[in-house]
Design a protein around this ligand. Structure first.
Ligand SMILES: [Zn+2]
Length: 415
């Protein structure tokens, strides 16, 4: 029976969101946490964007070192041969790509303005796929942007052309959040049956149905005989009204009626990491988790009314669908209410040693080593503008050479 895999796009769709972003160290920590929670692939950035190069190469090195394993790191580019060439020039170790092109009449007319026909779109895509294989790619997803507003016959033709050129998956992008669970089930089932490739569900929340649509699309894909790859972001952060939230998707697949047991997640997903990853994204994006967010919201396990409180105390299953422990909740949060010493861009060695001394398992071999790590902490803080979390400090102490590489952002201005 085909399965559902998680392909998280926080480091691509999440960071391209208006008014929001992550530093390169925060993007790296996001990949570390996504690996821990058991996501199949992280769409980790933009290989054609100059300021991403060092970060992308550094993360691929972490994969080679076994730190970012078994997660796959995939880049996002436009489905044109120029982008493929630039990708392998800037990020030579990259192995996994998603290549994207618009397929709807609206976008072919409205964006390309008569410069491309529907056949040109297919030709550009297949040429990009061929070029990526030739350059050394190991997997290629082909993205149909605005697939939900694309005529199904053309979408099948597009998918079959991708398959003929040995594409690994087809990404069905509900770019505008236009679908509902009934329509996406139908379309994804038809695509799985007629194209015969695994289908990715890329859903947005403009009508409040990103998670429901992802599930329905995945069900359609599996019923059509193919593996499904749901695109998620942490806390649902993404363009406009956002994407399908990672933790909610995991809950919906594993806990919802008639789904759990029948349609299963592939890989080994560890939901106990949910709290940690959601809280990190909340801090790094500086976007509070809504009080009523499934699983990780402040009210997700709060009960006040007499009947509910009495019922849940007698047996939690009276009013809770799943336990808070399953999401890694339950430990008290320690908050310092007295003096605070913070490691930042203007810190000295004394304050830094104090901060690091409070973290277990950290000891420096020499004063030089401590100074070197402090210097990296200063630079990381210059880019994130907020105190680093304990995991980030530990990561810098453990992998200083990698951090040095990913913090290097050299403007390449062509005259
Ligand atoms: Zn998107």
């Amino acid at each position: 029976m085909p399965k559902i895999y998680l392909l998280d796009v926080t480091n691509r769709d999440g960071v391209q969101t208006a008014k929001l972003g992550l530093s390169k160290l925060e993007k790296t920590m996001t990949n570390v946490y996504l690996n821990e929670i058991g996501v199949f692939q992280s769409e980790f950035g933009f290989p054609t964007t100059k300021h991403e190069s060092h970060y992308l190469q550094a993360n691929l090195e972490l994969a080679e070192m076994g730190v970012l394993q078994p997660i796959r790191l995939g880049g996002w580019i436009r489905a044109i041969t120029d982008d493929v060439e630039t990708t392998f020039k800037r990020v030579p170790s990259i192995k996994h790509l998603n290549v994207s092109i618009s397929t709807s009449d609206q976008m072919i007319t409205g964006k390309f303005q008569g410069r491309k026909t529907k056949q040109d779109v297919i030709n550009d895509m297949t040429a990009a796929v061929d070029a990526a294989w030739a350059a050394g790619a190991e997997s290629i997803g082909v993205n149909a942007e605005d697939a939900s507003r694309t005529d199904l016959d053309y979408l099948v033709e597009f998918g079959l052309a991708a398959k003929e050129h040995k594409a690994t998956r087809l990404r069905y992008c509900d770019t505008l959040g236009y679908d509902n669970p009934f329509t996406i089930y139908r379309t994804n089932k038809a695509l799985a049956e007629k194209v015969g490739l695994p289908i990715e569900q890329h859903c947005h929340g403009d009508l409040g149905m990103a998670v429901a649509n992802s599930l329905a699309g995945a069900k359609g894909t599996i019923d059509g005989g193919q593996d499904a790859y749901i695109n998620t972001t942490i806390n649902g952060i993404g363009e406009r009204a956002g994407n399908a939230d990672l933790v909610t998707v995991i809950l919906a697949v594993t806990k919802s009626k008639d789904f759990a047991g029948k349609y299963q997640l592939g890989g080994s997903v560890d939901m106990a990491k949910a709290w940690k990853i959601a809280k990190f994204a909340e801090y790094a994006f500086d976007v509070p988790i809504p009080i009523n967010q499934p699983g990780v919201g402040a009210n997700a396990f709060a009960h006040e009314s007499g009947i509910h409180a009495d019922g849940v105390l007698k047996d939690p299953e009276n009013y809770e669908l799943y336990g808070y422990e399953e999401l890694g909740r339950g430990d008290p949060i320690k908050v310092d209410t007295g003096r605070e010493i913070i490691a930042g861009q203007y810190s000295g060695i004394s304050g830094f040693s104090h901060v690091m001394g409070k973290i277990r398992d950290v000891s420096f071999k020499s004063k030089e080593e401590a100074n070197e790590v402090l210097e990296l902490v200063r630079y990381a803080n210059v880019l994130s503008h907020k105190p680093l979390v304990e995991d980030e400090l530990l990561f810098i102490a453990r992998y200083p050479q990698i951090v040095k590489q990913l913090l290097t952002v050299t403007p390449l201005v062509t005259k």
